[in-house]
Design a protein around this ligand. Structure first.
Ligand code: FES
Length: 390
C-alpha cells in the first residue's frame, strides 16, 4: 500500500492506511448491557457493516452483515441457540460464521458456505472485537480500571463528527467549553493553567501543565491509537456528586464511518462497596443520559434556537458536559471543510499525537516495525488530589 498522504488520519474504511492501523487494535463495538440474549443488531464500524448477536447462553458473536445465499441483512433474522438464522430462506450460521443449515435446499451443503467472523471479548462493560488480520493480539487491559470500586460503561455517544475530532479534544478546553458547568458547581473562576507539556510514553502521550509547587498535578493520557484517559468531575448523579467526586474515565473514539463516530466511555470511581451502592442509586435516580435528546439539544444550540445557559438548572453535570463538548466539537465541522488551523502552545498534545500517528502510518506503509504500546498500572494514581470547590 502506498503512503500517499501524511495527514490522512481521518479515513478508516477498508483499504485505507489509517483503517489498516486502527484494525490492528481491538475496538469496542457496543455496550454490553445494550445487547440482550437472543438479540441481533446490525452495526457499522470503520465504514464496514457487521451482525452482532448474543446467543442464548450469553456469548456475544460478531459475523459479516449479509447472508451468503442472496445477501439479506442477517441482523433481521432470528438468534437460535448460539447461531443466527436468515429471515429470507432460513440459512443458519454459527458464531464462527459457518453455515450449518440450508432448510430449503434439496441437496444441502452448508459445510461449503462460510461468512466472516471476528473474535469478541467483553471487558469493562463493553463488547470488544478484533477486526484486523490474524493473529489477533491479546485484548489490552487497563489495570487502573480493574481495581475494586465503582465501574460503569456510560451511554455511548454517537456523534456526527470524525473520530479524530474527538481524539483531539485537549485538556485546556475545559476552562471555556465547560464554563457553565463550573459555574453551576459553584466554581466559576478557573485558572488558565501553567505552560502545557506533552511527552511520548510507552502507551502514547502524557499531557500536563508545568508543575507548580503546592498545587496538585493533573495529567491527561492518550493511549494509542484512539483512547483518551482523564480524571473529571463530569459525574452522573446530583450536582453535589460532581462537587465531591471525580471519575477516572476512559474514552474509546471509534469511527462509524468518516463522518460519524461513537465514543465509548468507562468510569472508575474509587468507592467502597456500600458507597458504590448508594452512589449507584443516585446515578439511577438522575436517569441515564438519552443520547438522541442530548444531541438534539446540542443541534438546537448550534442552530441558534436556544442557548446553552438556558438548559435546565437541575441537569446533571454529566449531561451538561455532554452538550458543552458536543457543540464545540461537532461545531468544528468535518476536517476537510475547516479553514486552516492555527495551532498554538495549548495544542501541544494534539500536535504530538498527530506526529506519532503519522510516524506509525509511515512505518506501516513502508513495512517497518511499529511501536508496541503498553498501558501500565498507576496512571490514575499519579493524579494529584482534587482542589476543593467552593
Ligand atoms: S438470503 Fe439468506 S437464506 Fe436466502
Amino acid at each position: 500500500m502506498e503512503y500517499g498522504n501524511a495527514a490522512d488520519l481521518y479515513h478508516t474504511g477498508p483499504g485505507t492506511l489509517a483503517g489498516e492501523y486502527m484494525r490492528k487494535f481491538w475496538q469496542p463495538v457496543h455496550r454490553a448491557k445494550d445487547l440482550q440474549r437472543g438479540q441481533a443488531l446490525g452495526i457499522r464500524i470503520m465504514s464496514e457493516d457487521f451482525t452482532l448477536f448474543r446467543g442464548d447462553r450469553g456469548t456475544p458473536r460478531l459475523v459479516g452483515s449479509r447472508c451468503a445465499h442472496r445477501g439479506t441483512q442477517l441482523s433481521i433474522g432470528w438468534v437460535e441457540g448460539d447461531s443466527i438464522r436468515c429471515r429470507y430462506h432460513g440459512w443458519r450460521y454459527n458464531g464462527e460464521g459457518q453455515c450449518v443449515e440450508q432448510p430449503l435446499e434439496e441437496r444441502p451443503a452448508p459445510e461449503r458456505v462460510c461468512i466472516r467472523s471476528y473474535q469478541v471479548e467483553e471487558y469493562l462493560g463493553l463488547i470488544f472485537a478484533y477486526l484486523g488480520a490474524e493473529p489477533a493480539p491479546p485484548l489490552r487491559r487497563f489495570p487502573d480500571f480493574d481495581r475494586p470500586g465503582y465501574v460503569e460503561a456510560g451511554p455511548p455517544e454517537y456523534w456526527p463528527c470524525n473520530y479524530m475530532t474527538r481524539i483531539d479534544n485537549d485538556p485546556r478546553h475545559v476552562v471555556f467549553t465547560h464554563r457553565e458547568s463550573w459555574k453551576r458547581m459553584g466554581d466559576p473562576v478557573r485558572p488558565a493553567g501553567t505552560r502545557l507539556l506533552a511527552e511520548e510514553t510507552e502507551y502514547g502521550v502524557r499531557t500536563y501543565g508545568e508543575p507548580v509547587p503546592g498545587r496538585p498535578q493533573r495529567y491527561t493520557y492518550f493511549h494509542m491509537p484512539n483512547i483518551n484517559q482523564v480524571r473529571s468531575p463530569r459525574i452522573e448523579g446530583t450536582l453535589d456528586d460532581s462537587r465531591n467526586l471525580e471519575a477516572d474515565r476512559l474514552f474509546w473514539r471509534v469511527p462509524i464511518d468518516d463522518e460519524r463516530c461513537v465514543n465509548f466511555v468507562v468510569d472508575y470511581i474509587p468507592l467502597k462497596p456500600e458507597e458504590a451502592e448508594e452512589y449507584g442509586r443516585r446515578r439511577e435516580a438522575a436517569g441515564e443520559a438519552k443520547p438522541a435528546e442530548l444531541n438534539a439539544l446540542g443541534d438546537a444550540i448550534l442552530a441558534g434556537r436556544m442557548r446553552l445557559e438556558d438548559l435546565p438548572a437541575d441537569m446533571s453535570i454529566y449531561k451538561l458536559f455532554w452538550i458543552e463538548d458536543y457543540i464545540t466539537q461537532v461545531g468544528q465541522g468535518a476536517p476537510a471543510g475547516r479553514p486552516p488551523e492555527h495551532l498554538g502552545s495549548a495544542d501541544m498534545g494534539v500536535v504530538l499525537k498527530r506526529k506519532i500517528w503519522e510516524r506509525e502510518l509511515r512505518a506501516l506503509a513502508n513495512g517497518e516495525p511499529l511501536k508496541q504500546w503498553y498501558t501500565p498500572a498507576g496512571l490514575a494514581e499519579a493524579q494529584g488530589a482534587r482542589v476543593p470547590i467552593g
